[in-house]
Write a protein that binds this ligand. Sequence first.
Ligand SMILES: NC(=O)c1ccc[n+]([C@@H]2O[C@H](COP(=O)([O-])OP(=O)(O)OC[C@H]3O[C@@H](n4cnc5c(N)ncnc54)[C@H](O)[C@@H]3O)[C@@H](O)[C@H]2O)c1
Length: 256
Amino acid sequence: MRLENRVAVVTGGGSGIGRAIARAFAQSGAKVVIADIHADAARESASLIQKEGGIALSITTDVANPASVQNLVAATLQHYGEVHVLMNNAAIQVNKRIEDTEDEEWNRQMAVNVGGVFLCSKYFLPPLRATRGAIINMSSVNGTFVEPMCAGYCATKAAILGFTKAVAIDHGWEGIRVNAICPGYIDSGLAEGYFLAQSDPAAARAQAGRLHALRRIGKPEEVARLAVFLASDDASFMTGAAIAVDGGFSAGLPGN
Ligand SMILES: NC(=O)c1ccc[n+]([C@@H]2O[C@H](COP(=O)([O-])OP(=O)(O)OC[C@H]3O[C@@H](n4cnc5c(N)ncnc54)[C@H](O)[C@@H]3O)[C@@H](O)[C@H]2O)c1
């Protein structure tokens, strides 16, 4: 199996794309840590993986809180002794124009989406150095191709692209690979929240499908397969890259 004897941490692994990635990592042989701010959701993902015959542990974590991230690192090492893969997936999305966005909402979104990627990368770096491990950062097509009513979210996803490249060049000589994933619309929590924030959610969902060359939105499992590839030795010469898994969203003008 591609991730046999590896330990993989998935932030935001309690639902949606993160849960699908955690399951795919476990199905590929990895021992998984589910780090999510929602304890019940994290436990549910871990028990799902265990029922499927995999090895998983849940650790309640707020990726925006340095002490919580340090606890995640310590608990992971205490339990498994090493770490090979850090999947920075946790994020929130404020679906408002900037005048309607409270300062606190802006700050929290930055702290979770960008700050969380920084804190987890920083504090997992020593154990990742020891295993010549891999960091995978969840960006989005919105890191490059923006949409209405989510300026702050788009800003965080663009920041992650720059961060990914910068950390890749700082730590490539140590054998640490750092890549980003840019999904199109995926049928999970943040997309659902975006649809619900529009005046006609059903129409927004249908319209979203039409933005992709394949004329549909994606499934979490379709993102998870790319994460497994980037985590594995199959991607041994890949670092500093941003890979689209977007049904052709970024290939042309919307609807083409
Ligand atoms: N759904 C999409 O269409 C889509 C498209 C492109 C990129 N993405 C990205 O994929 C990732 C997952 O999105 P999703 O749609 O599965 O979202 P989701 O809301 O289903 O899952 C996000 C998870 O992150 C957790 N989380 C939130 N704040 C946290 C914190 N401070 N600390 C730890 N965990 C926290 C939540 O509890 C939740 O379990 C995000 O990074 C998102 O930006 C999603």
